[in-house]
Ligand binder design. Structure first.
Ligand SMILES: Nc1ncnc2c1ncn2[C@@H]1O[C@H](COP(=O)(O)OP(=O)(O)O)[C@@H](O)[C@H]1O
Ligand SMILES: [Mg+2]
Length: 302
């Protein structure tokens, strides 16, 4: 049976009205995801952002069928993940937030076994590529317990990619990793994007989202509050701070202008003498400023 949406090339991921409620006996139910809808365009990096407990992992776990949705539907590359779960899973790579220990096997064996799950018994070329790309080649004969935390995380990423999935889900890939590994992972995400892989990542680091993500969605207590292009959100919701130091003035003049507003207009409007300007310092808003504006100001006004 197949329920692939065949009319047009399917989006890599569609999440429709997803609700996830955890029922634990004797406790009141936890509504982790409260009707979330979004979809991913091919080849983009999409960031699902939100504080701890917002529901990010619940969404990711439901996409990879580790959890069943309470209601709602998910399509991976056109396949309904509840109905055609095999086909859906074949198209996804998944890097969990928690690092799990793999007892007795070494790095290369783990990647071999993982390939076997997907029916890939001659996958050495791909495995070697991933080992090299993730700086694991020299550690390929080590057992997992001999690996550092950073190496374990890189192994998880290699594992998620053995079958060359078109969609990669990264759940908090840089939580608790050092700066060097973080920048290595960021570079690798860019490499994968260049290869055409669509990426959904969750993070609570807005700086990371700003650097990596074409679009972001802000998740707050199980609800998607805002989805948009990262650059647009910054342009729309933040201001530029312009400091102009003129000759004969001790303190620089300070102006707050709209994100897209040209500096020239400001100089004209303020009738500033260009010859007297010694220095101009402009600071742009960032994603954090944009979210603060959206979350706090909107809710305060509501
Ligand atoms: N397996 C589970 N059983 C019960 N509650 C859960 C389970 N997983 C997550 N939760 C709860 O659901 C909410 C969302 O958690 P989670 O999806 O892990 O958020 P995030 O990944 O954004 O930190 C939290 O209140 C969390 O305690
Ligand atoms: Mg999480």
């Amino acid at each position: 049976m197949t329920s692939r949406l065949d009319q047009k090339p399917a989006e890599p991921l569609i999440v429709q009205d997803l609700v996830k409620t955890y029922n634990i006996s004797g406790q009141s139910p936890v509504q982790a995801v409260r009707g979330v809808s979004f979809s991913l365009n091919e080849g983009e990096v999409f960031g699902l952002l939100g504080p701890n407990g917002a529901g990010k992992t619940s969404i990711i776990s439901t996409i990879v069928t580790l959890e069943t949705p309470t209601s709602g539907q998910i399509f991976v590359n056109g396949f309904n993940n509840q109905i055609d779960s095999r086909a859906a899973k074949q198209n996804v790579g998944f890097v969990p937030q928690e690092i799990i220990n793999h007892g007795y096997f070494n790095v290369e064996e783990i990647l071999d076994f993982q390939s076997g799950y997907y029916g890939l018994y001659k996958n050495k070329e791909r495995i070697d590529y991933l080992l090299n790309e993730l700086s694991l080649y020299e550690h390929r004969n080590k057992k997992v317990k001999q690996l550092s935390g950073g190496m374990k995380r890189r192994l998880l990423i290699a594992k998620s990619l053995v079958h060359s999935p078109k969609l990669l889900l990264l759940d908090e890939p840089t939580a608790g990793v050092d700066i060097e590994l973080r920048s290595q992972l960021w570079e690798f995400v860019k490499v994968l994007k260049k290869q055409g892989v669509t990426i959904l990542l969750t993070t609570h680091y807005l700086e990371e989202a700003e650097f990596l993500c074409d679009r972001v969605g802000l998740l707050d207590r199980g609800e998607l509050k805002l989805v948009g292009e990262t650059k647009d959100l910054i342009r729309k919701y933040t201001m530029r701070k312009v400091q102009i130091k003129c000759r004969n003035q001790i303190e620089p003049l300070e102006f707050i202008i709209k994100s897209g507003e040209p500096i020239g207009e400001l100089l004209l409007k303020e009738k500033l003498n260009v010859e007297a300007i010694e220095d101009i310092n402009i600071s742009e808003g960032n994603l954090e400023d944009a979210f603060r504006e959206v979350i706090f100001n909107r809710e305060d006004n509501a």
